[in-house]
Write a protein that binds this ligand. Structure first.
Ligand SMILES: [Mn+2]
Length: 311
């Protein structure tokens, strides 16, 4: 039976993995209903975030298979991204049959027409949950719990400015169905993340980092680490700075911007190496050689990457 791969971006976060699981489930149910001879497999392009590992095991859901890249003529569905830089190796030789996303358009082009389902909302999983309703496919409680977890991590428990009324509404309905309080459930997910005092530094820096291309053609790397223990992350500042300095040197990034987001204090601490002047200008700060607290900054997409890419 032909198989279609469903995957989120490199350095997957909880939304990237959960959206692939939820959407592959939905597409398989639809294929059964319509008598189509095709299967959809959720796969991943990197390690499982600790909170995803916990949610999947709590709900008895299998971990998606890790793939290195995609091959010539493979059919794929991209979730939670639409940028080649953030996607599978070999994507240019694959056929993208669908994209389901909540990010900017990132320059991908396709040879074939495709289904493109994008909304400027807080998580890809919220769009996936909406599709169950549209298609009239029943959502098992385990899938609902996985999707809900990602709606809560991607919106930082609805505190991120990316959160819309659509997100609040679908989070409330899904939480009621699962039988949990969304804020309590969200906090338990954030708390099960590893202790930043004990993590290897590359896990802190690369856990949730994305490459972007500036209008001058240079690449930059923007990493975020969301935590309920900012002081533990800042205790590692010297190591983090060394690690991102090494990334600038090895990968030729114009700059690497790492920010640790304190989800309780609702702000982020910026640490930057490389062309810090660029970042200083964009945000009107001085992050050269020192870290800077940015109150209210919770969203990479909307509050960090967007102003950098517009500069
Ligand atoms: Mn997302």
């Amino acid at each position: 039976m032909p198989s279609i791969l469903v995957f989120g971006h490199k350095n997957p976060d909880n939304d990237a993995i959960s959206a692939a699981i939820g959407y592959a489930y939905l597409k398989n149910e639809l294929a059964k209903k319509n008598g189509e001879d095709v299967t959809y497999e959720a796969v991943r392009l990197g390690g499982l975030p600790p909170e995803t590992e916990w949610i999947l095991s709590e709900n008895g859901i299998e971990t998606p298979r890790l793939i290195e890249g995609v091959g010539e003529g493979d059919k794929v569905i991209l979730v939670d991204h639409s940028e080649a830089l953030q996607s599978a190796e070999g994507l240019e030789n694959a056929e993208i049959v669908e994209i389901i996303d909540h990010h900017r358009l990132g320059g991908l082009t396709t040879a074939q027409p495709l289904r493109y389902n994008a909304m400027p909302v807080g998580s890809t999983c919220a769009i996936v949950a909406r599709e169950f309703g549209i298609e009239g496919i029943e959502m098992p409680k385990a899938i609902a719990a996985v999707l809900l977890g990602a709606m809560l991590t991607d919106t930082v428990i609805m505190k991120s400015p990316t959160t819309t009324n659509f997100d609040r509404d679908i989070i409330a309905k899904t939480a009621e169905f699962v039988g949990v309080d969304p804020v309590e459930y969200g906090m338990s997910i954030f708390k099960c993340r590893s202790n930043p005092a004990e993590l290897p530094v590359d896990k802190i820096v690369n856990a949730d980092a994305k490459e972007f291309e500036l209008s001058n053609g240079n690449k930059v790397y923007i990493g975020q680490f969301e935590t309920v223990d900012l002081q533990a992350v800042l205790g590692r500042e010297a190591e983090i700075r060394e690690a991102i300095k090494a990334l600038v040197a090895e990968k030729g990034y114009q700059f690497v911007l790492f920010f640790a987001t304190d989800i309780l204090a609702e702000g982020s601490q910026f640490i930057c190496e490389g062309d810090t002047e660029f970042v200083n200008k964009v945000f009107g700060i001085d992050v050269t050689g020192k870290s800077v607290w940015m109150p209210g900054v919770l969203s990479r997409k909307k509050q960090v990457a967007a102003p950098i890419l517009a500069a």
